[in-house]
Design a protein around this ligand. Structure first.
Ligand SMILES: [Zn+2]
Length: 275
């Protein structure tokens, strides 16, 4: 095998590996090369994605070169943004309707810690349309800015309607009073990451983690990680959640700097929605 061929083979393997992480279906559609051994991950949840990161030559400015992620580079409705100018709107703010006792599976995906409810009974209503909570995760520091201000962290609650359209609620984290709901989740997070395993936190009061927020900033954006897919409705809460500094330390010790830089707003408007 000559040098050039070896490089091509390595590229093919790493590309296939990435497809397996983002879209399992895509793996079977890939052309196979008989001279290349494709290693199928044993456990998709423990796979750490090597193709992109938050720094160096796999950092945000190169995400558009990742297969299937060209929107990161050429998209015109990318997230996050700096929310500086808002338009008043008569549209109602989303109604958050989360369970008082939810079981949450916790795993570390190599870019953040992902919290996945085991049932579909946590949802938000966006103009009479139901969007089910699929997972939530965090970024430190915040990805969005409000009036050019960053926060120590931001939680993203990712929802999908029956057609698979996404609505994400972003809530800023600010150091202050301890947060009892986060305590349960962070205990589980420590167990998960220390044992490199999965852990399920039971009876979590999600309704208290995302209480009724009086004001949301709404705009059309994207996923903030590859593949940076657009047509994501964003609802960023004006009011932050508080947590104690030792609680925040658990989060930032695991992931610090997993925030995509601010993207151009372009022609998009940000609406202010009130309850
Ligand atoms: Zn996120």
């Amino acid at each position: 095998m000559n040098r050039h061929y070896l490089a091509t083979a390595v590229l093919a393997v790493s590309t296939l590996g990435f497809s397996a992480c983002t879209n399992h279906e895509a793996l079977t559609d890939q052309p196979t090369d008989n001279n290349v051994t494709v290693v199928t991950p044993q456990d998709n949840n423990s796979v750490h994605h090597p193709k992109w990161s938050y720094e160096g030559n796999t950092g945000p400015e190169y995400w558009g070169d990742v297969e299937g992620a060209s929107a990161c580079k050429i998209g015109k409705q990318q997230s996050p943004i700096n929310i500086k100018e808002v338009t008043a709107s008569s549209t109602a703010a989303p109604v958050i309707n989360y369970a008082q006792s939810a079981n949450i599976r916790i795993h570390d995906n190599g870019h953040t810690v992902v919290y996945t409810p085991t049932t579909e009974d946590n949802a938000i209503m966006v103009e009479n349309e139901r969007y089910v909570l699929k997972q939530f995760h965090y970024h430190t520091p915040s990805e969005h800015q409000i009036g050019s201000q960053s926060y120590p962290g931001e939680i993203h609650f990712v929802h999908a309607n029956s057609e698979g359209n996404l609505a994400v609620v972003g809530i800023m984290l600010q150091i202050g009073e301890a947060n009892d709901v986060l305590r349960v989740l962070l205990n589980g997070t420590e167990l998960t990451t220390q044992n490199d395993d999965e852990y399920t936190a039971n009876g979590v009061d999600l309704s208290a983690l995302a209480p009724v927020m009086p004001t949301f900033y709404h705009y059309d954006g994207s996923l903030t990680t590859p593949p940076c897919s657009e047509q994501v409705q964003w609802f960023v809460s004006k009011k932050p959640l508080t947590l104690a500094s030792d609680q925040f330390a658990i989060m930032s010790d695991l992931y610090e700097g997993n925030n995509r830089p601010i993207q151009p707003q372009g022609a998009r408007k940000v609406e202010q929605l009130n309850h």
